[in-house]
Design a protein around this ligand. Sequence first.
Ligand SMILES: C[S@@+](CC[C@H](N)C(=O)[O-])C[C@H]1O[C@@H](n2cnc3c(N)ncnc32)[C@H](O)[C@@H]1O
Length: 196
Amino acid sequence: MFHYIPDVVRKRMTYLEDLDRKHRLGNIPSQIRLRQVPRETGKFLAIMASLAPEGTYLEIGTSGGYSALWLALACRKLKRKLTTFEILPQKVRIASETFRTAEVEDIVELVAGDALEYLDDYRDISFCFLDAEKEMYRECYEKVVPNMTANGILVADNVISHTDVLKDMVEHALSDQRVDSVVVPVGSGLLLSVKR
Ligand SMILES: C[S@@+](CC[C@H](N)C(=O)[O-])C[C@H]1O[C@@H](n2cnc3c(N)ncnc32)[C@H](O)[C@@H]1O
């Protein structure tokens, strides 16, 4: 999967990595910054997505589409589709450009709007990457988990970097008997939950 990343995908990944680096160095408002996952997290996501059972693949928080490109590698391999949600119009524009130039528009559906308004419409969720505002994680978790397939995989980012906001949500997931969960120290810290 990683040894044959198409040139158009690799080129767009490099472009977004450079832009994200510039955003992190500059004094740029958080609504504009891409705030995307590091490469190592992208690879972890692609591996998890490639191991997920058949079903609906979701991403909550697209930004410029960087993590979605990693997920698209797994989806292309498995002939599956990804639906990703982004609320900010300026990020929707960058993500649309990402999916067009990386030639993954046949794999990735970008939904412009508040993910919380759409999540109840999805069933048989076999993979979900949760990476939006930390204050909405618990609500997303409660909408996604009941609609996950057996062995479906939920990954949530920033659970180590944002312990202050996410401590209760992580403790809840660790003791939630509907899932088996563990915190994985990759990137900013990932919560990995598998539906039972
Ligand atoms: C941390 S960034 C996502 C980074 C992206 N996953 C990546 O690694 O390339 C979080 C994104 O979630 C978006 N977001 C915040 N609240 C949202 C909501 N209610 N519905 C959809 N997207 C939302 C933000 O606008 C922002 O672009």
